[in-house]
Design a protein. Sequence first.
Length: 306
Amino acid sequence: MDHLSTYDLVEGEFQEKIQKLENEVKFYKQKIDIHENNLVEGGRCQTEEEEEEVEAEVEVEGHIFLGKLIHQRPDNVKIYASSTKRLFPNVTPWVFNRLLDLEHVKKLQTIMNEKACFEGNIDILGCNGELCVVNGQHRVEAIKELMKEDEKFDREVIVNVHPVSSFESEEANEIFRATNNNKNVEMRDNPQTKFQNICNRLKDRYPGVITSNKSGKANLHRLDKKQIYNLMQYNEYFSDETNTEDVLFQKIIELNTEYSNKSYDELLGRRGAKKDKLYNGACKDNFYLGLHTENQLAVLFQTRFK
């Protein structure tokens, strides 16, 4: 009899727990119904609790830009199933990547516009929350151009995220070489440590003038690191292994000093308000090479450094 009483007591407690759980399920189901009705009606959540629930639902989806984590390799590279619409506006090209081939980008636009999927995967460097494309920049640029024409354009893309301590480290260079290991990449396209060091030394010498912009471009009298890097990368004199980092750095300093002694007319021609602004900036920062366009600089480097 005592045994039966104990059993009945335990069963009663168990039933109470079940009833409590059922009540909680019913309570949260009502909240979900309210939330769904608000969405259908185009309204906003009416309480802070409901807003928190919506935020929790978003977080479950994964990284806000990278999307869903589907695998982590033994070398800590994380593989994500991403959305081009979310990811691509929030990544930058690696500053030491090769120059974009705009004709190739246009061809890829046509191909990707016709396909319902994104071919291949892309490789991204991750450092302190920042993301840089190290492999796949032409496909990324093609998709970005298509997205400018249609706000609904989107494709799923598989992304490999390689963690690095710095975007300018040898580790980052090695990842570029490993992920771009094909015939389309010439030797000069591979990252050059001495060019990277020269860019950093110029940035130290001319603070605020040598930029690291997302676009790879700079305004007024300034130059971006990517512009300087590409000037050296495609110049035979700078690519000559016998020319050391110190020699090349000094050549650029000497050229800038030479231009600092030129007159306004020699540098910019006929006066104008915009040119006055450029000249004032160059004099203030002691940096004159940025007064030239990229094409003018490329010609200047080719004729001066042989």
